[in-house]
Design a protein around this ligand. Structure first.
Ligand SMILES: [Zn+2]
Length: 181
């Protein structure tokens, strides 16, 4: 425990879950199975359902591949998926623990962006120049550096995938924790 990033990912997932129904009633547990007929005026936000389904599936896949502890079945409440993931993989080596935390952190960023909060990328320094000028570019699904001097080999603005930012973030957190003790 003692991981501050967990709350973000779980809370943001819960927020998204609350937006599945365009008319705010019901819970994700009552969702119809996907694959059924859809109607133009369906009160369900199918993009959000797809997003949540993909996120949970990624967590399940990681648990299946790396489980070191039997922490029971997938929790019924989707926002508990991160606690379940950690409880199922408590004794991974340092590298794989870091990889797990990077995915959880990345999913937290993805949930925020899915909910329309693209400003979350600004909390990360550009991995190349270190400036705090990243902004989200939706078509590319990348964070772009606003520093005019920060260019790639082709002279274009540098762009970063969320997984790259997430990996840098959890690595930085780990180093901070190590120097604090
Ligand atoms: Zn930069």
């Amino acid at each position: 425990m003692g991981n501050t990033d967990n709350g973000d990912a779980a809370d943001r997932l819960r927020t998204l879950e609350g937006r599945i129904w365009r008319f705010p009633t019901g819970s994700v547990n009552k969702l119809p199975r996907s694959g059924g007929p859809t109607h133009p005026e369906a009160p369900l936000d199918l993009d959000i359902i797809d997003h949540i389904t993909a996120s949970v599936r990624e967590a399940q896949d990681h648990v299946s591949a790396n489980r070191t502890e039997n922490a029971g079945p997938m929790p019924a409440n989707v926002a508990d998926v991160y606690d379940w993931w950690r409880a199922s993989t408590p004794s991974l080596d340092a590298e794989r623990t870091l990889a797990r935390e990077a995915v959880i952190y990345r999913q937290g960023l993805e949930h925020a962006i899915q909910a329309g909060d693209t400003k979350v990328v600004r909390k990360h320094p550009c991995p190349e120049c270190g400036c705090w000028g990243l902004f989200w570019r939706r078509p590319e699904k990348r964070a772009v550096c606003a520093n005019r001097d920060c260019r790639d080999e082709d002279g274009l603005a540098r762009m970063w995938e969320l997984k790259h930012l997430a990996h840098e973030h959890v690595t930085r957190q780990k180093m901070l924790k190590a120097t604090a003790t």
